[in-house]
Structure formats: C-alpha cells, structure tokens
Design a protein around this ligand. Structure first.
Ligand SMILES: [Fe+2]
Length: 427
C-alpha cells in the first residue's frame, strides 16, 4: 500500500509540475476571470490542504504560519483577494517542502489511530484526488490566456444536422448508482443506491461543434422558446452569441484559448458553454438534457452482468488508448474516436473528452455521510449548482470515472464542458 501511495503521489505531482511548466510568470498570479483564483493560489492551496490533512491532522504537526493558512483557505480569503500572493519561488518551495515531509511520514509507517482518522489511507487518497482536481482548474485558468502565436486555421463554416447523432435505447429498470466512498471516491459519490428509471433514449456521442453551429446559425440564441426563464435572462444580460472561446472569423468560427491549435473541428464535441446554452440546444432539437442518473446508467450499467462499471469500458484504469484525458491530445478529439470505450448501453466518450452537463441540481444521495469534513460537498447542495459528469481532455487520473460528480453554477462557461441529449421513450 505504501508503495502504491508513494507511486501515485509521485505521478500526480509530476503531472502538476508539467502543467506548471506551461505557465508563464505573468499568468501565475493573474486572475483573468473573477470567479476563478490565480494558478499560483491553487498551487499554494494544494500545498496547504495537504499540510493540514496529512501533517497536522494525521501526524499532529503544528500548523503553517497563519498568513499562509488564511490566504490559501477558500473559506477565509475571498477570490477577489487571492492575487496578493507570495512569490512563485516561495509557493513552489512550500509545495515541494510539504510533499517531502509527507513522503517521510508515509515511509515512517504513519497513522496514529487515536487522532480520529483511523482510515487514514482514505485521507491520503483524498489528498491525491484533490491535487488532480485543482490541476484541471489550473488548466481552465491557463486556457483563459490566449496563446500568443497560433498558425492560421480554416474557420468552421458548415453547420451539421442535430439529427446526425444516433441515439440508443436504455431499457426501463433499476440500476446501482454511486460507489462506496472509499479509496478514490469522494463523499458525494456514495452511498451506492438503487435508482429506478423509465426507458429513455440518449445520444451516442456528445453534441459536436458542427451541430452546435447549426443551432447558432439558425438563430437559436435569439429564439426565446428554446430558453428557460433564467437562461433567457442570462443570455440577454450578457448578450451571449456563441460559446465562450468561439471567435468569429469571416463567415466562420475559430477557437481561442491557450490549449489546442485554434481549429474548431466539425466532428469534435462543442465545449466552453454554459448549462443554459446546453439546455437551449436540447430544446431546440426537441430533446432534453439527461438527468444525472440517466447519464450514469448509460455510462456504467452493465445490464447483462447486473453491475455498474467504474468506466464505460470496465474497471481497468483509464489510459490514452481508452479515452481522451490528462491533456494527452492538447484538446478535444473527434467524437467516437475510442472504439473500445463504448459503454454497455452503446455510448461513446462517456469518460474524458468533455465534461457533460446534466439536468440535475447537485444534491446529496440518500444517507449521505460527509467526509473528510462537513463542508467538502455540503455547502454546494444549494440548488444553485448543476452536476457535470465524465471528465474532460484535461481531467487527470481516475476523476474521469463514471461516478465522479462535478458541479458548477449553470452560467459557468469556461469549463471544458459540453453535453449530450436525451429524450423520453414515448417522446
Ligand atoms: Fe480545494
């Protein structure tokens, strides 16, 4: 166990440092979007979180100096004050120093069960997951900075047909949703429970750029009937006309942002749009967004074996032959590229490529138990956040698993997130 944890700590940190190598000094402490902290803040927060849980709570070390503890606590320092950071060198030193102490602790045999964390294996794994998650957020912030030079690409011109995505039928019946919150899972992923669903149809692929262009160029952004009340108010207030990183060029569109090559390929999934835009598209083509349960059943439920799979292809960990994750392709890939990763229901791209918005507001499962502390998931069970599933091309490690629940406010547009549609069997 010690070796596995050690290997995972090393692998996760290596990926974090590779990402940070891409970050110019000017981007380290800048805040291109007030809803997101600077990359440097995330680095400091990763270090202080690890310090708090593994060194203070598990081993009993004294806390970090107060100014660090406060600055890197999301509860104590509002996002507007997170730009006043120590130097990059200082933050990187803290990151390395905390990790060196944690590894020494890991080698020393660890846990004093009397400290109230008897299953400290779980907290170690949570700390690893935490770094993986923050590293995707760092990618999001980095993507807000445009790459200075980019070869000219041919703009995306031709809209696709919404109907081009085949759908599969998912038969009625109950399935096992969620996972035991042990090992790599978070508190909000469990407990596992039976959920009974009516029969439904779901898109085999996420909606593509060309298909979304069909909605845009037919005037979907101006068609009131496509939008819910909140979505329409949001769309008007911000005069939203296209996904966040789309850039009008001549009669067509290119992609902006740090990652990728600037092309907006017709057969790649659309990304960087809000839940409102996803919902408007679904209404426009006579469909709807899947509920979170429908999404998970389509991704995970193996009806013939009567069990849920960790990933669409089974329980083997993800790698780049099975899905687009860990920034292996520097952006999205064509939908359906990973033939071996078809879910038992027949869906592609359930893990990686783009996060997928679901219709569901983030809420606890029945008999939810908070871990490692009350406030990890609970403050977001407020009806104001929508669940996203499946992970993106920038998601790291096992976070692309079928049960992982991500959540954001419906107006958030900077995520590597798209969607697929669903409809009722009798619809
Ligand atoms: Fe965090």
């Amino acid at each position: 166990v010690k070796d596995t944890l050690r290997q995972r700590f090393d692998a996760v940190r290596e990926g974090t440092l590779q990402l940070l190598d891409l970050v110019a000094d000017g981007a380290f402490d800048s805040q291109p979007d007030p809803d997101f902290s600077p990359i440097g803040w995330h680095v400091g927060h990763v270090a202080t979180f690890e310090h708090y849980w593994l060194l203070e709570q598990c081993r009993g070390d004294p806390p970090l100096p107060d100014e660090y503890r406060r600055l890197f606590s999301p509860l104590e320092t509002p996002k507007s004050l997170r730009r006043a950071l120590p130097s990059r060198t200082e933050i990187m030193e803290m990151l390395g120093d905390v990790r060196a102490r944690v590894l020494r602790y890991l080698e020393s045999g660890r846990a004093d069960p009397s400290r109230g964390l008897p299953d400290d294996e779980r907290i170690f794994r949570n700390v690893i997951q935490h770094e993986l998650q923050h590293s995707e957020t760092m990618s999001l912030v980095l993507h807000m900075h445009d790459r200075p030079e980019r070869p000219e690409q041919t703009p995306l011109l031709a809209p696709g047909e919404a109907g081009d995505t085949p759908m599969v039928r998912v038969p009625a019946g109950s399935f096992l949703m969620g996972r035991d919150p042990i090992g790599d899972t978070y508190d909000n992923e469990g407990p596992p429970h039976r959920v009974d669903l009516e029969e439904f149809f779901i898109d085999v692929h996420p909606v593509t750029n060309a298909q979304f262009l069909g909605f845009l160029s037919s005037g979907g952004y101006d068609e009131r009937r496509c939008w819910g009340d909140d979505g329409w108010a949001w769309r008007c207030r911000h005069n939203v006309r296209a996904p966040r990183y789309w850039l009008a060029r001549g009669d067509g569109w290119l992609a902006r942002g740090f990652f990728g090559d600037g092309a907006l390929r017709p057969d790649h999934p659309v990304q960087s749009l809000s839940w409102y835009e996803a919902e408007a598209y679904a209404r426009w083509c006579g469909k709807r967004l899947p509920s979170e349960a429908e999404w998970e059943k389509a991704a995970a439920w193996d009806m013939s074996a009567s069990r849920s799979l960790a990933y669409a292809w089974g329980d083997q960990p993800p790698d780049s032959s099975r899905c687009n994750f860990e920034r292996a392709f520097d952006g999205t890939t064509a939908v359906g590229s990973f033939g071996s990763a078809r879910s038992p229901s027949g869906c592609f791209d359930m893990n990686g490529n783009v996060w997928e918005w679901t219709a569901t507001a983030f809420a606890p499962y029945p008999k939810f138990v908070p871990y490692p502390y009350e406030g990890y998931s609970q403050p977001y069970f407020d009806g104001q956040h929508r669940v996203l599933r499946g992970g993106s091309w920038a998601t790291r490690g096992s976070i692309v698993r079928n049960t992982f629940r991500n959540w954001y406010a419906p107006a958030t547009r900077v995520l590597f997130a798209g969607f697929r549609c669903t409809r009722d069997a009798d619809g």
